[in-house]
Design a protein around this ligand. Sequence first.
Ligand code: AMP
Ligand code: MG
Length: 422
Amino acid sequence: MSSAAIPPSILTFEQARHVVEEHAAKMHPTEKESLELLEGEGRVLAESVVADRDFPPFPRATRDGYAVRAADLVRLPAKLRVLGEIKAGAALDSRLCLHSGQAAAIMTGAPAPSGADAVVMVEYSSQHGDTVEITRGVFAGENIVSAGSEAPRGTQLLSPGTRLDYAAIAVAASVGRAHVQVYAKPRVAILATGDEIVELDVRPGPTQIRNSNSYSLAAQVRAAGGEPIILPIAPDEPNRLRELISEGLEADLLVLTGGVSMGKHDLVKQVLVEEGAEFFFTGVLIQPGRPAVFGRVSRATGGRNAVPPDCTYFFGLPGNPVSTMVTFELFARPVQEALSGMTVRKLVFLHARLKSEIKTKTGLKRFLPAVLSDEFEGVEVELAPSQGSGDVAAAVRANCYIVIPADRERIPAGEWVAVLMR
Ligand code: AMP
Ligand code: MG
């Protein structure tokens, strides 16, 4: 095997993330499918969803009370004559028109009569016969949403690239979309490497390790809207590794784990070089996940779904289970989301108050498994006790990662720290 040198390109976290986002911004899927609305949940919209009529379609009362003319309530209490009652779903009655001194009882969701410009809440009224006494004034427009003010007919309510969450599903339903066009899911090949790694149906020898990364990655791929393809485990041997990498490059994205560190048997980068890979980074100043690599291989026939169509992107993630999980979230997720058709999103951290002091070393930005506890506005965060990046059991006890800047050595309890939710 030749040993063409790979020029090392070690980036800061922010640089690496921007490189990934830049490439992701140029990717998008091409195939679409039509699904029943609820089947589209979690999928990425491949079309616009447009208001089929005005929203709201009529001037809508937002309170139970009395439709009035605001000018009639300048002097309080005011006595108005009640013309009738308007329920939600009532026909727009063109004969019911309020004049000065008149009111109509009205229910939430009912169409306001013409002539009315506000609704007084029932709490500020008392009706006796056909007269209502009102004790509180309103401004013109109060408690009425005018026709078309949320969205006039023809407005784009959802744009292609929107991932259909429950709010987007509500919008699609509100315009009568029983079916939606979504992008085909990207196929993401997952390749675990390492002589010590064995499949789940194999009884591991005393120094063998079961393959957990392929499964955590497959779950992460699914959560990000992709279709995982788990390849057989590749040994630390170039020929079989090359075969499996070739197979993985047929997918829309290839994610490898293990074999990217500096060890003598870490062959992944070398084999990728021989496959003609171009590397955008070969390491990131983070912990865990320092050896992570990102690149692409040009191919005559690229992935089914990806654009640009003539290459397949890959990530080589370090094999330590927590490193694999974290680096997928930080770097592979945006690429996978772009291949799913999603508009690339910025990564955001939230902040929480640190419960107990953290001491660490400078030089790497750290993403350490942590536990958010307490509730409501009282949330606090602290590191999950862990034996390091290999400790999957600790990863389960964690529900987030504390993000520690590369220049911090000690963070006292009580400080606000950045948190990446899991
Ligand atoms: P590597 O990145 O190949 O040096 O692997 C780092 C550590 O992660 C080693 O202790 C491996 O045994 C472990 N590891 C690598 N691949 C996997 C895997 N697929 N599942 C679980 N652990 C793994
Ligand atoms: Mg290995």
